[in-house]
Design a protein around this ligand. Structure first.
Ligand code: I3S
Length: 129
């Protein structure tokens, strides 16, 4: 675990494993499907890679390094999800300008708090683009 922390500190991007589900796609409500996903914040793009070896292949450019999906955070919003959105603890709701809504969650509150901070910073930085 400490190796992982050391590695991610050296990368300019933020990354880690989160639980993720889409709730809306292109403005339409979709069925929740929580999955554990390797998550990367790269500039103003948030990328998700599914699969067991996502972390390794992402960093070392393996053939699974393509993201499962990616969202552009510019012009979007981030907030703590209300109880109506999920019964889980520590859930963040992300809305994009393109009409996608996602929930991301971690059982570890320091982890999700760091993500909240990072995402808020990106959204504030790119608010007027
Ligand atoms: O908001 P919902 O519909 O109560 O979300 C829950 C369901 O999506 C449920 O799946 P199915 O209804 O497809 O079987 C999930 O297993 C739950 O995890 C969802 O709720 P939470 O509160 O965990 O986000």
């Amino acid at each position: 675990y400490s190796t992982f922390v050391d590695l991610s500190d050296k990368l300019s991007e933020k990354c880690g494993v989160l639980n993720v589900t889409k709730i809306t796609e292109n403005g339409k409500k979709v069925r929740k499907n929580w999955t554990s996903s390797w998550t990367v914040l790269q500039g103003s793009t948030l990328l998700f890679a599914k699969g067991q070896n996502s972390a390794t292949s992402w960093k070392f450019g393996g053939n699974q390094s393509k993201p499962e999906f990616a969202v552009d955070l510019r012009g979007g919003s981030v907030e703590w999800a209300s109880k109506e959105k999920s019964s889980k603890k520590h859930v963040i709701e992300i809305k994009t300008r393109q009409g996608t809504e996602l929930l991301i969650q971690s059982e570890i509150d320091s982890v999700i708090t760091d993500w909240y901070r990072a995402l808020t910073e990106v959204i504030n930085t790119h608010a007027w683009e």
